[in-house]
Design a protein around this ligand. Structure first.
Ligand SMILES: [Zn+2]
Length: 356
């Protein structure tokens, strides 16, 4: 497929020709247009595939990550190489202050390993910017460059990280089919889109936890891959979102809130059928189902808050946050003005039966 070949045949003639013709950055990994001048329809089509606001566009856009080795071809801010998106998107304030917008990793890191990041900003950073800077430094711990190997483009939807058209279709299909199946339970339009996307990845075991970053060589040492919430076990998606004693306490807190009994499932994927198979009706059904998303999302935010801000909390507080999120989303969706967020948390049984 063209996106893959564009990134991995960087030195081939056709890529050079296209770059020259459309004046593209030599370091771009993925096709794009400047949106001006005369552009052939073929190239326009190729570029537009990943910009589609659809399942296909999403699976393509999110599928490509840069595998960093020497760092010579990877733009620090603009390329997606650490975590799920670009650092520009993740740290917008710092990006605006940066003096190094156009720099590649090897320019900033000095090639001497993780301790040597030389990030520069214009002016003095404000309090909030400094916090972001600390978060960013945390993220960079453990990143090391390998000067002898070239950076390359990776495709995350296959086990061997090599792009295949089949895998795009598989991914696309699973998006499309999932609208009607269990996987699709997350697409209810009841919570913010980012929460749905995160949950959708979670029920497929595709969350970028530390174990995944370790596999992708984004972090280099296994002790850095431990679960941040318990520090006992390597942070795999299943562990973080379900089996960690912290996560488990959050799930149990919500199940107790509903006075239900349950047994520990082996994975989020197995938990979903039980969760969405509970036969509630009306408002009750919506509340119950959105709890599933709110729990996953809240655990993820707690984890990030700890990693990036050093903030610790208790499971009971997160349970309360889950309830608040659910109440807020439901009130936004169903216009149930009579009940406050506090009502929701306190008198769930009374509210559950309301018809919507
Ligand atoms: Zn844990």
């Amino acid at each position: 497929m063209w996106w893959w070949r564009f990134g991995n045949d960087k030195n081939s003639l056709w890529v050079k020709v296209i770059r020259g013709k459309y004046n593209l950055d030599r370091r771009s990994w993925l096709p794009y247009t400047h949106g001006s001048g005369s552009i052939s329809n073929v190239w326009k089509d190729i570029c537009s595939v990943g910009n589609l606001d659809s399942a296909l566009g999403f699976s393509i856009r999110e599928g490509f990550k840069v595998q960093v080795n020497s760092g010579q071809d990877t733009l620090f801010w603009e390329h997606s190489w650490l975590g799920t998106t670009t650092l520009r998107e993740e740290f917008p304030r710092l990006y605006q202050r940066s003096n190094q917008l156009d720099m590649v990793l090897s320019d900033i890191c000095g090639g001497r390993g993780s301790a040597d990041w030389n990030l520069q900003f214009r002016g003095t950073l404000r309090v909030r910017e400094n916090q972001q800077y600390e978060e960013l430094k945390q993220r960079l711990i453990g990143v090391t460059l390998e000067p002898s190997k070239q950076d390359s483009l990776q495709w995350i939807w296959t086990a061997d990280k090599v792009f295949s058209v089949k895998s795009v279709y598989r991914q696309w299909e699973s998006f499309a089919q999932s609208q009607n199946t269990l996987l699709g339970s997350v697409w209810r339009n009841l919570s913010p889109p980012k929460v749905e996307i995160f949950s959708w990845l979670a029920v497929q075991d595709k969350v970028a936890t530390r174990s995944v970053l370790l596999q992708r060589n984004v972090i280099s040492e296994s002790q850095l891959a431990m679960c941040p919430l318990c520090a006992l076990i390597v942070e795999t998606p299943q562990h973080l979102l379900l089996h960690c004693r912290f996560a488990w306490a959050v799930w149990s807190g919500i199940v107790d809130w509903w006075n239900l009994q349950w047994a520990c499932p082996s994975s989020v994927v197995e938990l979903a059928p039980w969760w969405f198979g509970n036969r509630f009706r009306n408002l009750e059904k919506h509340i119950w189902e959105v709890c599933f998303l709110a729990i996953l999302w809240s655990i993820w935010l707690t984890r990030n808050d700890y990693i990036f801000n050093g903030a610790t909390t208790q499971a009971s507080k997160v349970v309360d946050l889950v309830k608040t999120r659910v109440a807020t989303w439901m009130k936004a969706k169903f216009d149930i003005k009579v009940y406050t967020v506090e009502d929701f948390k306190g008198y769930l049984n009374g509210i559950r039966k309301v018809k919507v």
